[in-house]
Design a protein around this ligand. Structure first.
Ligand code: TYD
Length: 208
């Protein structure tokens, strides 16, 4: 593989995307693909400090401040990790990216979605994922999977997670070529097969 690829995994907390990302990384590596696994918020260095604030700070965080902290992490992540790896020909698998901010801070917290989209563009310098997989799950199942040990974001309540889920579906409907939605309530093996099918379709499309 000489052409880099940027693939993002999205969905509400507890949707199983992190498990699927690891399984896909193993599958691709077995097939000789040069893979980089990363995440937002907090891939490393400064990002880890921002992640700690975003998930664990127990004082008041205003909605706009929260959005800017995620965006700051994103700018650093794209500039120092994602863009260099994709440009070097790697397949970058990223756990959450721009669509998390649209779904959580936009639809979830009620921040203006057009502004969030513009800020995402600024944070990424306009680079968009080649493929985004949304692992769709209802809010009840999502929160039940998270369990009782919830971080700051996960403590936002069921109404919030209903809006996040609806947000993801709206975002996906607007960009059907980039964003594919999978049913994340299926078994791990079934979802993995669905993921592999999407990736192989994408790789074939790039070759042709
Ligand atoms: P994390 O522990 O990484 O959760 P998950 O395993 O579900 O990805 O926590 C990240 C949290 O931050 C998660 O609740 C989603 C939220 N988030 C946003 O609200 N906006 C964003 O832009 C990003 C990247 C994450």
């Amino acid at each position: 593989m000489t052409q880099g690829l940027f693939i993002t995994f999205e969905g509400a907390d507890g949707c199983g995307k992190t498990t699927q990302l690891k399984l896909l990384a193993e599958y691709l590596q077995k097939n000789g693909v040069d893979v980089l696994v990363t995440r937002e918020p907090g891939a490393k260095g400064l990002g880890e400090k921002l992640r700690d604030i975003l998930l664990n700070y127990d004082g008041v965080v205003s909605d706009r401040c929260e959005a800017f902290l995620f965006l700051a992490d994103r700018a650093q992540h794209i500039d120092t990790i994602v863009a260099p790896a994709v440009d070097a020909g790697k397949v970058v698998l990223c756990d959450r990216h721009i669509d998390s901010t649209a779904a959580y801070q936009g639809y979830g917290r009620g921040q203006d979605i057009v502004q969030i989209n513009n800020l995402n563009m600024i944070a990424t310098g306009g680079r968009k994922p080649d493929l985004t997989i949304v692992f769709d799950i209802d809010a009840e199942t999502s929160l039940a999977r998270v369990g009782s040990a919830k971080d700051r974001m996960e403590s936002s309540g069921i109404e919030f997670f209903n809006r996040v889920r609806d947000g993801y579906l709206k975002i996906a409907a607007l960009e059907p070529n980039r964003i594919k939605v999978l049913d994340a309530t299926k078994s791990i093996d079934e979802v993995q097969q669905d993921v592999i099918e999407l990736i192989n379709t994408k790789l074939c499309a790039l070759k042709s």
